[in-house]
Ligand binder design. Structure first.
Ligand code: HMG
Ligand code: MG
Length: 315
């Protein structure tokens, strides 16, 4: 299986958006800007910075307009943000966004809880987002949530996810990210889902978005790579979760993904040590321990090195 891996992978960093949307502590705009700058410094080239959604639904990202206007754009870095409707598009345009992402779920119940609309109503709202965004020169990404399972409905028929993905691509999304919103996916299931998708859709149009709730995100990502997927979503330190999906926890940690890619000899463009510094910053900002495995191991190593150095100074 491992001989068919891609030479290069694009990491789509969702920490500032998926990560912070679910945190109890609201991170000040200034600190979000430091986090985003740190991610770009560490080599990430695609960063989802916020959401232009209702502040009543996602209070942690209520500063989206100010934040997005103030992000220092770097050459070669694409900044994106979630947009659910025309009102969100207006905000994204005013803040100078060049890329946006629309989102919906493959299961009706999660979609209703998340955006207060049926799937059909959500597509109707997208008519007022995707074509005008493209006309304004923006790139539009799409997300399909609950592909691996729904917190309310359980198993989700892959045909539903496939039909929604096709519709998003037909409407003009340049890429669709398939989400395991509650981290229930297993590698065999991932293989089956991607095999079905590959019958209908070029896999270079897809990205994978795993939450690591049950520790299977990295294994699922590896299956994705072996199937020919070249964009993976990840979140610094393993921040993340959907407030409208009970039990959803952090995304695949970006450091864990980078460490695996490094070991496989796949190009990724990220400086792992700098990324650990950014995860440390994120951990301070949210005021709780982040779950990223590589991150935790590396912090332990750094601590031991510092202790040894202190002891040798004493002796
Ligand atoms: P609604 O209450 O049905 O909206 O919410 P409405 O159209 O009836 O408007 C109600 C109020 O919200 C009005 O204000 C609107 O102006 C305002 P009022 O007149 O009452 O003062 N409003 C807005 N304000 C700012 N920006 C907007 C906006 N739209 C309306 N864009 C709505 C519908 C979609 C707005 C709401 O449900 C919402 O914001 N939902 C967002 C939920 C969300 O962000 N969830 C997390 C992201 S998805 C995710 O995490 C999954 C993903 O990571 C992939 C995966 O893991 O699977 C992407
Ligand atoms: Mg997510």
């Amino acid at each position: 299986m491992l001989e068919r891996l891609p030479r290069k992978v694009s990491i789509y960093e969702v920490g500032p958006r998926d990560g912070l949307q679910n945190e109890e502590r609201v991170v000040p705009t200034e600190d979000k800007l430091r986090l985003i700058a740190g991610l770009a410094d560490a080599g990430l080239r695609r960063i989802e910075i916020t959401s232009f959604v209702s502040p009543r639904w996602i209070p942690a990202l209520a500063d989206s307009r100010e934040l997005a206007s103030r992000v220092q754009r770097r050459e070669g870095v694409t900044y994106s943000a979630l947009v659910p409707n025309a009102r969100g598009l207006e905000g994204a345009k005013a803040a100078g966004m060049e890329e946006i992402a629309v989102f919906l779920s493959a299961s009706e119940t999660h979609n209703k809880k998340n955006v207060n609309k049926t799937i059909d109503e959500t597509f109707a709202a997208f008519e007022e987002v995707i074509p005008p965004a493209i006309e304004a020169g923006m790139r539009v990404r799409g997300y399909v949530s609950t592909v691996w399972g729904c917190p309310y409905e359980g198993e989700v028929d892959v045909e539903r996810s496939l039909a929604i993905t096709r519709r998003l691509l037909d409407m003009g999304c340049y890429q669709v990210s398939l989400g395991d919103t509650i981290g229930v996916g297993t590698p065999g299931q991932t293989e089956r889902i991607l095999d079905r998708f590959a019958e209908e859709i070029p896999l270079d149009k897809l990205a994978l978005h795993f939450h690591d709730t049950r520790g299977t995100a990295l294994a699922n990502a590896l299956v994705g790579l072996a199937k020919g997927i070249t964009t993976l979503d990840a979140s610094v330190g393993g921040l993340g979760g959907c407030p409208y999906a009970p039990g959803a926890s952090g995304n695949l940690a970006t450091e864990d993904l980078v460490y695996m890619l490094e070991g496989l000899g796949i190009e990724h463009g990220v400086d792992l040590d700098k990324l650990v510094d950014v995860a440390e910053l994120a951990q301070r900002l949210v005021g709780r321990e982040l779950p990223g495995r590589y991150f935790r191991a590396r912090l332990g190593e750094r601590r031991r090195v510092a202790e040894r150095a202190a002891r040798s100074l004493e002796s």
